[in-house]
Design a protein around this ligand. Structure first.
Ligand code: DLL
Length: 435
């Protein structure tokens, strides 16, 4: 089997628990001493670091949420002095502020190890040529896979997103054997190749490492057929590190969690009580080894299940999580970009000329590309104004929305009182994509 770190990847449950316990005890001490926010949270429930004696005590600890990150924006949850942080990444917050994460040198090394293990799980070795089409920048996809691939020793090509015909040319000319991108981009790539009459056999691709958005098993089958590769699922989130929190080996149940670094739990969405194996609930992670911004019991909002048996496919003992089954909040992922309806609302409420609380979000997949349309009601004054002023308001919304979301949205202004009054937030969202 193609292990990157056989000792960890096939560790006995007993040894893994001992390692996790040792790391948790140290982590709780570190955050209690260095992060006032955590100390206050623990003091409030009268919990001392010495109360945490093993990984089994984890459920005594309070949860952390995206709102906690926002309340401490940008660096309030960092557990080391700023000079020890060597990299920042960020993802969408629920309103205007980004969710910011900081990495120490060791955090980057650990993350690269996770990326290398993930690529190895997909069967990659240092003989491979890895083409990375995840975005490079504040998004963790590009740089995360990049350092993982280099750690593995593979030839790493940092292409980033965009310009699909150029991507196809590079894939062919550099004879990439592995591609890392979102599953929807893989389908788009296949489509563009078909249009340009380029056959998969003209490329050298064998492996695809796809993630950053939900996708189904039928999508996997379609990608495998159209690109003539084996497609693997990679999961991660910026708050916990980025891609490589877990990785699928092809086993039907799901993805192996790098549980020596990220301790997973499944909790009931309503009661937040921990659930057992094969029970569906919200995935929660504790970053056992992280220095920069360690998170305790971070609620991902992703719905999954866990299974602790040794994997029948690859022999790894690392706990498996089921392919993400949905979310417990209203976050949308559009072309790999996380979008919260609350961000949209924040923009709309800041623009005069529209009734910011009367909107509807329509998401669709047209020709394999996600598109988002935002319908918003005009104010009475603008409605009766001339066409030029209506168009100006529309352009303002379009511009502010692009800077808030980082992707373009189609903006449609509709007449006052024409949208149905919605009873809840989700009623304002129509997701027509069949994933
Ligand atoms: O999407 C990190 C990543 C990059 C993962 C490249 C895989 C590959 P964020 O932008 O913080 O980080 O978004 C995290 O995306 O909570 C999930 O809801 C969703 N997500 C990520 N991977 C998967 C996946 C990156 N394989 C959020 N399947 C997470 C389903 C996924 N959803």
């Amino acid at each position: 089997m193609n292990y990157f770190n056989e000792k960890i990847e096939t560790m006995s449950r007993e040894d893994m628990k001992a390692l996790q316990s040792e790391r948790l005890i140290d982590l709780v001490k570190r955050v209690y001493d260095n992060v006032p926010y955590y100390r206050a949270k623990m003091d409030k429930i009268n919990l001392k670091p010495s109360d945490i004696k093993s990984i089994d005590d984890i459920s005594k600890l309070p949860f952390t949420t995206k709102q906690d990150l926002r309340a401490n924006y940008p660096f309030g949850l960092f557990a080391v002095p700023k000079k020890e942080i060597v990299r920042l990444h960020a993802s969408s917050g629920t309103t205007g502020k980004l969710t910011v994460v900081g990495y120490t040198k060791r955090d980057l090394e650990d993350w690269a190890e996770c990326g290398a293990r993930s690529l190895a799980i997909a069967g990659c070795t240092n003989d491979d040529v890895v083409h990375i089409s995840y975005g490079y920048g504040l998004f963790t996809g590009g740089l995360g896979m990049h350092y993982g691939s280099e750690r593995l020793g593979a030839m790493t090509i940092p292409v980033s997103t965009g310009n699909t015909m150029r991507q196809i040319m590079l894939l062919r000319d550099f004879a990439a054997t592995t591609i890392c991108c979102t599953p929807s981009y893989a389908i788009f790539l296949a489509e563009e190749m078909e249009k340009a009459n380029i056959k998969p056999s003209e490329l050298s691709l064998k492996i695809g490492v796809f993630g950053a958005e939900p996708w189904s098993d039928s999508m996997r089958i379609e990608i495998e057929k159209r690109l003539n590769i084996k497609a693997y699922d990679i999961y991660g989130l910026s708050e916990i590190s980025g891609p490589g929190v877990s990785m699928g080996c092809g086993d039907k149940f799901g993805l192996h969690v790098m549980e020596d670094y990220f301790y997973p739990e499944i909790v009931d969405v309503d009661t937040l009580e921990p659930l057992g194996d094969n029970e569906k609930g919200e995935l929660v992670f504790t970053t056992l080894n992280k220095q920069g911004i360690p998170l305790i019991r971070y609620r991902t909002r992703d719905i999954s299940e866990l299974k602790h048996e040794t994997c029948p496919v690859c022999g790894r003992t690392l706990v498996r999580m089921k392919r993400v089954q949905g979310r417990s909040d209203d976050m949308l992922i559009i072309r790999g970009v996380n979008v919260f309806p609350s961000q949209i609302e924040t923009v709309l409420l800041g623009i005069s000329g529209v009734i910011g609380s009367h909107y509807k979000i329509i998401v669709d997949r047209i020709g394999n590309l996600d598109v988002i349309e935002i319908q918003v009601e005009m104010s009475e004054a603008i409605f009766s104004d001339e066409v030029k002023s209506v168009e100006k308001v529309r352009k303002d919304v379009e511009h502010d929305m692009q800077s808030m979301l980082g992707i373009a949205a189609k903006i449609t202004l509709v007449s006052p009182n024409s949208l149905p009054l919605s009873e809840g937030k989700t009623a304002r969202i129509e997701d027509k994509r069949k994933i």
